[in-house]
Design a protein around this ligand. Sequence first.
Ligand SMILES: C[S@@+](CC[C@H](N)C(=O)[O-])C[C@H]1O[C@@H](n2cnc3c(N)ncnc32)[C@H](O)[C@@H]1O
Length: 268
Amino acid sequence: MTIQEYKADFQEKCSPHFSKEEIQSFWQWFNENLIRISDSPEVENNYTIWLRELMSGKPIQYIFGYSFFHKYCFEVTSDTLIPRPETEELCELILNQNTNTPLIGIDIGTGTGCIPITLLCERSNWEFKALDISKAALIVADTNTKKYQLSNRLELMNQNFLENNLSANNYDIIVSNPPYIHPNEIESLENRVTQFEPHMALFVTNNILEFYTALFDYFEQNTNPNAQLWMETHQDYCDDVVALFNKKFTAKKIEDLSKNPRFVYVVK
Ligand SMILES: C[S@@+](CC[C@H](N)C(=O)[O-])C[C@H]1O[C@@H](n2cnc3c(N)ncnc32)[C@H](O)[C@@H]1O
């Protein structure tokens, strides 16, 4: 088939299932990838598989194995969360606040590594560590680290942040987009999220503040004076996180672009 024939077939098959805007957006991914493999004898077979996956509700980023974030393109797999636009905003807030001062930081729950990789690409004199409980996610983070040639400034660690066995350190900045959804909310989430994204990245066990309480202790014990902590939160619990940190530090709530309370910025 020619690319125009693929496009016509794609539009016809997708129109009962998706909006015009979705079809236009999905077609860009298909178009790009059909062109990429156009010399392969498997092109028609791959097209059929991709289309079947799309119809099953699989997110387009998982079908093709990559996702755009900030100015960069990250490998994603079913073991990693698809990086969200709100998290791009978090990176922008951090970059706007911190220009050229050298900083040493850590990202807690790194997934694809999108947060520290973006920050390090934008600030050449920063160094980061990044940890995740998921070995499989760290393999993806490692691929992304190598892609952007950051292995000398980003150290990946396979650790459970909720266990008290992390080595002591003196960071200038801590960043975290931890799991923050209560299991009770599962019914209200979209199918493409609950069916395809790793539950370990989304859900807390029961206590909605469990990661923030651990972050409080870690921030208190492992940072320099004037250190910063930047967190993404659930919009319904953002005030609780601010109240928790204001017991000892100065914490501020920041809205995302949709005007939802989303981020908490803490100074030591
Ligand atoms: C919401 S995702 C964020 C991923 C990435 N930072 C982002 O913003 O796209 C949370 C991440 O925390 C990791 N995680 C969950 N529980 C953890 C734990 N106890 N210790 C360390 N990492 C954990 C998950 O594997 C997941 O990669």
